[in-house]
Structures are given as C-alpha cells and as structure tokens.
Design a protein around this ligand. Sequence first.
Ligand code: NAD
Length: 475
Amino acid sequence: MLGATAPLSQLNTGAHGDRVGRRDRVRPSSICVVGAGHVGLVTAACLAELGHRVTCVDTDEGRIETLRSGTVPFHEPGLETLIERHCASDVLKFTTSYKEALEGVDFIFVAVNTPSTPEGAADLRYIRRAVRQIGRALKDSRPIIVNKSTAPVGTAETVDHILRQEAGSLGELPVVSNPEFLREGTAIKDFMKPDRVVLGSHDREAARRVAELYGPVEAPVLITDPETAEMIKYASNAFLATKISFINEIASICEGVGADVSQVAQGMGLDKRIGPQFLRAGIGYGGSCLPKDVKALAHMAGLYGSHPQLLNAVLQINVDQRRRLVHRLRQTLGSVEGATVAVLGLAYKPDTDDVRDSPAIDIIRLLDNEGATVRAHDPVANQNLAEILPDVTYCSDPYDAVNGCDAVIIATEWPQFLDLDLEQVKARMRRPVLVDGRNLFHPDVVRGYGFTYLGIGRPDHLEEPLVLEPQPKEA
Ligand code: NAD
C-alpha cells in the first residue's frame, strides 16, 4: 500500500480505484461548507485548522446566531475551542446567506442531513434544496461541489442534474462524492486522522484537487467513481451494524446455554481476521447514522430487485435487543405496571448529547406503554430527550434518578457511571435491580452490593478467564 505522501509517480490507476500520493503541505483554498450540523461544523473547523478559509452556511438562523456568539449547539469534545480559535483569526465565518458564503469559493462541501423517510429510504430533500440554493447563488465562479452527506448511489448524478438546471450557463461543474466516516464524541480526531479518505468522481482531476485539500492528513486516499464511493459509505456502516447485531445474537444464545458473551467476544477478537472492535453486546446500535443507513441500504437493495435478508436480520435483531431487555425486567419484577424505573444514559453513546434513534428512547417507550414511571438521567442529553419525550422525569443527578425505583437500567456506557457509589444507589432504591444494558459493570461487583444483576449474555455465575501469555524463548 502506498503511504499518504507517496510520490505521484507511484500512482496505481488499476481497476480497483486510485491510491494517490499527495502534498504534505496545504495550499490554502477558499471553502464553503453547507450545513452547520455535526459533520458540517467539524468539517468547517478542521478545514480551517488545516489552513483554509472557510465560511459555513446554514438555513437555521438560531443555529448561526448561537455559533456567532461563540457557542457550539451540541456536545462534541474539542470543537468549541477549535471554532473559537479560527473565528478569532477570521478564517472561519458563519452566515445564513448563500450569496455571502459562495463569494469567490473554490470548493463547496455539502453536509446537510439525510434522515429516513417512513419507507426507510434516505430523504434527499435537504440535499436537493441545498444544491438548488447553491446553483442559484453561484454567479461566475466554477467551484468543485463535494458531497459529504451520506446519500444513496446515484446522488452525485442527482446533484449534477440540479446544477445543470440551476446554473447551466456556468457549464458542467465538477461533483465529487466524499463520504464522511467520523464518529460523534471523537469527531475531530476522526477527521484529522481518518483511516481513509474516499473520493468518488468521474472527474479525476477534481477528485485530486479535493485530496490536496486534506494535505497533511495522514491517510490513504481512495479515488473511485461516485457510485462506488457512495456504496463504500453504506457498506461500511452496514458492516459495523452487522457486527453489533451478530454479537447481540450470540449474546442471546449465551443466555440460553450459560456462556459469557464478553469472554466469547474476547476470544473471537483475538483472531486477527475478526478483530475486537464492535463486538460488545448490549441493547444495540443507535444514533444518527447506523440505523438510518442500514435501512436506506436495505431499501436501495429492494429498488434493484434484491432481498437484503442479512440487512433485514441486522435491523430486526437491533429492535429485539430492546424488547428482550424489557421482557427480562418484566420477568424479574413480575410486572413493570406501576413500577418506577430509572434509565441512566439517554444519548446513543457516551461523549455526545445526540439522542437520534437512541436505544433509550425505545426502552422508555416500552416501559411507559406497560404502565411504568420513568426517571431519567444523562450527563449531557437530558434536554435533547425532553424535546422527544416530555413526560419523563429528568434528573440532573444519577442518585436523584434512582430514588424510590424498582430497577435501574444502564442504557449508555458513560464511564462516570462506573464510579457510582452502588451502596448509595441501593439505599435509595425500593428494589435493588440493576439492568446493565451495556455490560458496563462486573456482575459479581454489583451482586456483591446485594443487587439482582441482569446483563446481556452473561451467566449467573461468572468464572474469570485465564489468559496465559506465551513465554519469551530463552536466548
Ligand atoms: P445534522 O442534522 O446535525 O446537521 C445538518 C445541518 O444541515 C442542520 O444544521 C440543518 O439546519 C442544515 N441544513 C439543512 N438543509 C440546509 C440547507 N438547504 N442549507 C443550509 N443548511 C441546511 O446532520 P449531521 O449529523 O451533520 O449529518 C449530515 C450528513 O452527514 C448526513 O447525511 C449524515 O448521515 C452524515 N454523517 C453523519 C455523521 C454523524 O456522526 N453525525 C457521521 C458521518 C456521516
């Protein structure tokens, strides 16, 4: 494999996409980022950090006002500092005006939302609207349009079509698909040190110019046609979701046969062909990407006459994980009708306040439907969940949340929950039942405090694994 700074003479232009050598210094460009959400803001701030001049445009006036006042509208470690620094030196700006944002730009990154339609397809209306606005606002410049939103195969063509309609007089504008792989919570590191940069375009020169924007970012760049680039994003997310649903299915079998899924995952993960990542059993994946992207890929498959049986199973297992958890709680308590249950962790994962498709939402709805009262706590996501589920009692402190409860469910693996004083938690509860939806705690530790412990795929009596490392050979 060629390194990121491999000379251009070492180009591999084979049928499997190009790996290109790149400059390790940035030639500053003028860039517009459309959409000031998780991806747009991180992209804008990181491109400014790489030395470019960036203007970020969003149609949400409140969001732009918030950003101009120096506040980031969501929780993402390190982002506020980066934005503050580059706004202060005037290389990063925010606006609601496309005219202002597109003035003299060389590149336009589109990073708007692509939520699910009720049928599970990716809703492209925000991309279409954004591209139409771009086409109308462009005057005489010919920037490269880069799509960062996750969008189905064919979207680059749709973008091209809209640009011809709205800005046909400018001639054909280069379109590059550049799917984003960052994870919320570690988004800046993921942008600056990605595993790869994928660029899809029929215009290879345009793709190379986008590659140059990333300059010193040390990662292989893979240049393909747009259809392949768009598919790489969906296939990657579907694979990650499959790994999660796979280990969750194994966890259910472990519960039947009395094996410990954590040790099973450890044993599997030591196999280099499998690897340890994304093999943590729990209440399933959530968030703004995996759920909608797996659905969109399954929907796309259907449009082309395929029956995506594996993807459908992945989706079903993910739903079942939440139901199984509530079922096991029902069995333990006798009934959840009239019970009070604390849910600790509302964000779909730690280090974010994003609650989109969070497993906690399904669990709270299931409990509510069966007549339980829910008291909820998250270190940063209470407010966001209150907008979706206003009738829940939100507590600013986990000890307050467990007061008078018949059970406590750990729904997000926030590390600070490990520091909870379980003695105090138990003393405040009506019945000491701890449902560990993320296998965060050691079962024996929790049981040692007198709790009934329900984990995912863990037997009642856990025997610690014994790992014997190979002995160094004598010289
Ligand atoms: P988001 O909802 O956080 O932000 C989208 C932003 O776009 C909003 O601020 C919205 O006001 C703005 N917007 C919508 N239409 C607009 C328009 N016409 N003009 C200007 N602004 C407009 O979404 P996100 O999480 O940043 O995701 C963006 C895309 O990136 C999606 O396709 C998503 O699947 C993909 N993605 C997200 C992540 C993630 O972790 N959030 C990771 C990788 C890829």
